[in-house]
Write a protein that binds this ligand. Structure first.
Ligand code: ATP
Ligand code: MG
Length: 299
């Protein structure tokens, strides 16, 4: 090794039954170089290396344009919607309507004529389409006309990096401007949270640097403490907007609620709103503002 000017180490190991390849430049005489190990994938289009953004591409152009969340009342709470090119996380317990909000965002994007990719990690695409139709979110016309592409991540096998690169490739091939990942679930069969966190970081970094508006959902059980940053993976720290869905039991009825935990650069509402699902669509009401300690005057 000491005689050569450049040494590149290729590694292949199997962790928890999952194959993982990586590449690392060990030395490169007379040059500054990235010393980190980078995931390496071999796919149909050849070899791909997942490298982080370089300094030359550090600053992306930010936009002041707002894009709709797909729910008019939520747009009002967000002072117009999400920023174009921003990332949003929706957390909530099972059944709190995370997929529904993801579907509403995708439908609105397609209605604006923007190409959109919807990645489902927990269901087949046909199930998502059927279930969303129950709340008036009709995706079939957009699938037929080609602006919407849906994939089930169940069809992807491998490490967290494999998921990341497949999603990236699909989004690029589809020229998607908007992207929904429901739920972001990268730590399933892989080497643990640290790796999953890194991959989630890379995914968010990639979507930002390419100007794509990303919405991900994440299951957060009712006992997790949001105040302590209870979101698994700490994705909440790097996203621009964090919406949380919850259940409240009122009398003998379970009521869904929605609140905005943060939305960078936005004078957003601090109220906890009731979230209602019906055949006609998704609506928000003010039921919970009194008890939530919300400031008066916010929408
Ligand atoms: N037409 C309808 N009217 C009222 N409620 C409905 C209707 N259709 C679906 N729902 C409710 O919406 C819920 C589904 O919401 P959704 O799938 O978006 O939740 P989720 O948070 O993604 O759940 P999961 O954690 O299981 O993925 C159903 O469980 C049902 O309670
Ligand atoms: Mg869901």
């Amino acid at each position: 090794l000491y005689t050569v000017d450049c040494a590149v180490i290729l590694k292949h190991c199997v962790e928890h039954g999952i194959s993982r390849r990586s590449v690392r430049v060990q030395k490169y005489r007379g040059r500054a170089f990235n010393e980190d190990e980078a995931p390496l994938l071999i796919g149909r289009s050849g070899m791909e290396v997942a490298v982080t953004r370089t300094v030359s591409r550090a600053d992306v152009t930010v936009s002041n344009e707002r894009v709709s969340s797909g729910i008019g009342q939520l747009d009002t709470m967000l002072a117009g919607g999400f920023f174009r090119g921003s990332t949003t996380l929706i957390t909530g317990a099972s059944g709190t309507a995370k997929t529904t909000l993801g579907g509403a965002f995708a439908q609105a994007a397609c209605q604006r004529g923007e190409r959109t990719l919807f990645v489902s990690f927990d269901s087949d695409c046909s199930e998502v389409v059927r279930n969303l139709a129950s709340v008036g979110i009709l995706l079939t016309p957009h699938l037929d006309e080609g602006s919407l592409r849906m994939i089930s991540a169940r069809t992807i096998a491998g490490s967290a990096e494999t998921y990341l690169m497949r999603i990236r490739n699909l989004a690029e091939a589809h020229q998607a401007r908007c992207l929904v990942i429901d739920p972001i679930y990268l730590d399933s069969k892989t080497a643990g949270d640290l790796m999953a966190q890194r991959v989630a970081d890379q995914l968010i970094d990639w979507s930002k640097s390419s100007g794509r508006t990303l919405l991900c959902t994440r299951l957060l059980d009712e006992n997790s403490n949001i105040k302590d940053g209870g979101s698994p993976l700490q994705i909440s720290m790097i996203v621009d907007t964090w919406l949380h869905l919850n259940y409240l039991v009122q009398g003998n009825e379970r009521v869904r609620t929605l609140s905005i935990i943060k939305s960078r650069g936005t004078p957003h509402s601090n109220k906890v709103r009731g979230l209602h699902l019906a055949h006609g669509g998704v609506t928000l009401d003010d039921t919970w503002s009194r008890d939530s300690g919300a400031r008066e005057g916010t929408p």
